[in-house]
Design a protein around this ligand. Structure first.
Ligand code: ZN
Length: 647
C-alpha cells in the first residue's frame, strides 16, 4: 500500500516536472539590477545556467575582433517600436510578470520580465528603447550566473581609474553618474514599487585567462583601481578594484601568474571584499617589479612582470601626444592633463619616492610642447622613451603628493592630480590620526581608556528618510587578527556577529552593507571610505575587547562625534540591558567617548561596540559560542531598529 502510494507520488511529480521533452528547468530569473552608469543591466539569476554556457564571453575587441554571444539564448531586435528581446531557455521567472519603467536613462524606456512560455519554459526579457539606432549598441554576456546586457558603449566618464586618494572636496568624478531609477509595475494587482540602482558598480569582472606571460582580467564597464600596497619585503602586493562586481566562480580563487621565465613565480588571489570592492592579492618575490596594465577600452587588466609587458598586447597602434595642460586650483591641487590622438594603454607605479606613468603605445611625446607647459607650471617632470613606442613620465614626490590618475573612458586623456605638501591636506591629517589610533585599536586597551569624557546631552534623533541604509563593520580581518585569546581570534568573532546582525536587519528590509563578508584584510581608511561613499544612515563597527587585566569583562559602546550619542545610547540600552547582563553574567562598562579611527572619520552617526573580553577566560568561553553570538546580534539589531524607528 505504502509502496504503491510512493510510486504514484513519483509518477505524479515526474509528470509535473517533465511536461516537455526538455523537462529540466535549470535557471531561475530572479530580478533586474540597474547600474547607475546607465550602460549595463544585469538579469540576476540562479541555477545551472553556467553548465551549459562555458566560455561564452570574450569582450576584448582588439584581441581578435570577435565577440562571442551566448549561443543558447535567442536574441531578437525589433525596430518598431525599438525593442531588444532575450529569450532564456529552460528558465522560470520568480515573482509576477512585471515591467520596469526606467527614469533618467538616455537609452532605456522600460524592461519587461515575463514567463513567456511554460512548455517549454522560457523567460522573455524585453527592452524597449527610446531610439531604434541604439539597438546596435546592445551586447549580451554572461558571467556564468547572471546575464549582463550592455546597452551603451559610453560608460561613465571621469571615473577615477586609478585612485590613490580621493581629494576631499573634489566631487566632480561623482557628479557625472547617471541618476537612474525605476518603477516596477506588476501585471497582477500588486502595488507598483520604486527602485534605485542596487549597485554603483561600474565594472563587472567576468573572465580571467592566462597567456604565456601574465594574467588577463576581463570584464564590462570601466576598471577603477586603487593604489597598489606592498609589504616591506615586496612579497605581497594588494590592489583593490573599486566599484567592481565579481563573477561568483572566481571569488576566493588563486591563479598562477604564468611566465616564460621559470624563476618568476607569483600567484594572484581574487576576493570579493564587499558589495563594492574586489581585492587582488599577489604573493611571490620582488612584486614591485610587477605591472598592472590597463587596456585602452578600460575593460581589461594585464598583470605581468615588467619585462613581459608587451606593447602590442592590447593594441598595435601607437599614439602621439596632442596636448599637455597644467592647471592649479585654489585648493592647492594641480592637474597635469595629457591628451593623445588615439587610445593608450598605461600602467602607474611608485618607486623611490617618485611617481611613474608608463604609456605603453606612445611613440611621440612632443618634447617641445611638454617643456613649454612645464616651464609655465614650474614643476619637475622627467620624460623619456624606454623603447621606440613606450614612454615613461616620472614625477618626483618631493614637495607634492600624488592623489590620483584619471583616464577618460575613451583612453585618449590621462589626468594626474597632485597636491602641494605645504598646504594643509586632508591626507596628512588622516595619517597623523591613524597613528594615534593604531595604539588604541590594535594594542590591548588599558582598563580605563585614556580618552574618556562624560557623555553629552541628548539630542533628538534626526528625521530619517524611508530608505534605510546601514553599514556593518566587522573589525579587523585577514592578516590583522585583532585581539587573540585562548586560540580564538577577534576577527572571527566580529565577523560571525556582524553577519548575524546583517541577516536580522535584512529581514526587516534594511539595506545592509558589510565592510567585509569574509576573512579579508581591510584598512581603517578603506572602511571609512566605504561608508562615506555609501552615505548610510548609520555605521556600526563590531569588536571584541582585550586587556592586560585578565579579570576584566563586560560590554562597551563607543562613540566619538556628537551626532552619534543617540545611536550609542539606544544600542547600548538594548545591548547591555538588565536582562542581558543577568543572563550573560557580565558587566555594563557603559557608553564611552573614544577617538577610534572608524567612528571619528565616518560621516554617518557611528558606534563601535565591544561585545565582551576575549582576554577573560570565562567571558571568552561564552562569546565564542554561536548561541551567545546570536543573542548579541539580536540585541544589536534591536538597538539599530529602534534607532531607525523600524518596528
Ligand atoms: Zn578590535
Amino acid at each position: 500500500m505504502f509502496l504503491l502510494r510512493l510510486i504514484t507520488t513519483l509518477i505524479f511529480f515526474g509528470v509535473l516536472f517533465c511536461q516537455s521533452a526538455f523537462c529540466a528547468v535549470n535557471y531561475k530569473v530572479k530580478e533586474l539590477v540597474l547600474d547607475n552608469s546607465d550602460s549595463i543591466v544585469v538579469i540576476k539569476g540562479q541555477g545551472n545556467f553556467k553548465l551549459a554556457q562555458d566560455d561564452v564571453y570574450a569582450p576584448l575587441p582588439s584581441a581578435n575582433g570577435s565577440i562571442n554571444i551566448i549561443n543558447d539564448i535567442a536574441l531578437h531586435s525589433v525596430t518598431n517600436p525599438a525593442r531588444y528581446v532575450i529569450d532564456i531557455p529552460g528558465s522560470v521567472l520568480i515573482g509576477a510578470n512585471r515591467t520596469y519603467k526606467i527614469k533618467n536613462s538616455k537609452t532605456l524606456q522600460s524592461v519587461a520580465l515575463s514567463q513567456f512560455s511554460t512548455n517549454p519554459h522560457i523567460v522573455r526579457v524585453v527592452f524597449t528603447l527610446k531610439n531604434s539606432s541604439d539597438l546596435e549598441k546592445f551586447k549580451t554576456y554572461t558571467d556564468g550566473e547572471n546575464i549582463i546586457v550592455k546597452y551603451s558603449p559610453t560608460v561613465v566618464k571621469n571615473v577615477f581609474q586609478y585612485k590613490f586618494y580621493t581629494p576631499a572636496g573634489d566631487t566632480s568624478a561623482r557628479a557625472n553618474l547617471q541618476n537612474l531609477s525605476a518603477q516596477i509595475v506588476y501585471n497582477n494587482s500588486q502595488e507598483p514599487q520604486n527602485i534605485e540602482p542596487k549597485f554603483q558598480t561600474k565594472y563587472y569582472l567576468t573572465q580571467i585567462s592566462q597567456n604565456s606571460d601574465g594574467l588577463i582580467l576581463r570584464g564590462l564597464g570601466q576598471i577603477s583601481m586603487e593604489r597598489v600596497k606592498y609589504n616591506p619585503e615586496g612579497t605581497m602586493a594588494s590592489l583593490n578594484l573599486d566599484s567592481c562586481a565579481l563573477s561568483m566562480k572566481y571569488d576566493g580563487k588563486t591563479f598562477k601568474i604564468p611566465s616564460s621565465n621559470p624563476d618568476l613565480k607569483a600567484t594572484l588571489t581574487i576576493d570579493k571584499l564587499n558589495s563594492k570592492k574586489v581585492k587582488l592579492t599577489l604573493l611571490g618575490e620582488n612584486l614591485r617589479d610587477y605591472r598592472f596594465v590597463v587596456a585602452p577600452d578600460g575593460q581589461s587588466l594585464f598583470i605581468s612582470h615588467r619585462t613581459y609587458v608587451i606593447n602590442t598586447f592590447f593594441t598595435s597602434r601607437t599614439a602621439k601626444v596632442n596636448s599637455y595642460k597644467f592647471e592649479k586650483n585654489a585648493n592647492g591641487y594641480s592637474v597635469f592633463d595629457l591628451a593623445f590622438n588615439m587610445p593608450v594603454t598605461y600602467d602607474v607605479f611608485e618607486l623611490n619616492n617618485s611617481f611613474y606613468l608608463d604609456v605603453n603605445n606612445l611613440s611621440d611625446y612632443n618634447e617641445e610642447l611638454l617643456k613649454e607647459v612645464l616651464a609655465q607650471a614650474g614643476v619637475e617632470i622627467t620624460v623619456y622613451k624606454i623603447s621606440s613606442d613606450k614612454t615613461r613620465f616620472i614625477v618626483p614626490l618631493k614637495n607634492i603628493s600624488f592623489t590620483y590618475a584619471n583616464v577618460e573612458s575613451n583612453a585618449k586623456s590621462i589626468k594626474l592630480c597632485f597636491k602641494d605638501n605645504d598646504i594643509q591636506t586632508p591626507v596628512a591629517e588622516k595619517k597623523e590620526e591613524k597613528q594615534d589610533n593604531i595604539n588604541v585599536v590594535y594594542i590591548p586597551k588599558q582598563e580605563t581608556p585614556e580618552v574618556k569624557e562624560p557623555k553629552k546631552k541628548k539630542e533628538t534623533p534626526k528625521v530619517i528618510s524611508s530608505l534605510k541604509k546601514v553599514v556593518i563593520d566587522a573589525g579587523h580581518g585577514g592578516i590583522d587578527s585583532g585581539a587573540i585569546g585562548g586560540g580564538h581570534y577577534e576577527k572571527t568573532i566580529n565577523l560571525n556577529i556582524a553577519k548575524m546582525v546583517q541577516e536580522k536587519l535584512a529581514k526587516k528590509d534594511v539595506y545592509v552593507h558589510m565592510t567585509r563578508t569574509k576573512d579579508a584584510t581591510m584598512s581603517l581608511e578603506e572602511r571609512v571610505e566605504f561608508s562615506n561613499e555609501l552615505n548610510p544612515d548609520i555605521f556600526v563597527s563590531i569588536h571584541t575587547n582585550s586587556t592586560l587585566n585578565l579579570e576584566t569583562q563586560g560590554l562597551e559602546t563607543h562613540y566619538f562625534k556628537d551626532n552619534s550619542i543617540d545611536l550609542a545610547d539606544i544600542i547600548h540600552k538594548n545591548f547591555a540591558s538588565e536582562k542581558n547582563l543577568r543572563k550573560w553574567d557580565t558587566k555594563d562598562r557603559g557608553v564611552i567617548k573614544s577617538r577610534f579611527y572608524v567612528i571619528n572619520h565616518t560621516e554617518a552617526p557611528s558606534v563601535l561596540i565591544e561585545i565582551g573580553f576575549i582576554s577573560n577566560d570565562e567571558e571568552r568561553a561564552k562569546i565564542v559560542k554561536k548561541d551567545r553570538q546570536e543573542e548579541i546580534a539580536t540585541a544589536i539589531a534591536k538597538g539599530i531598529l529602534e534607532y531607525l524607528k523600524i518596528k
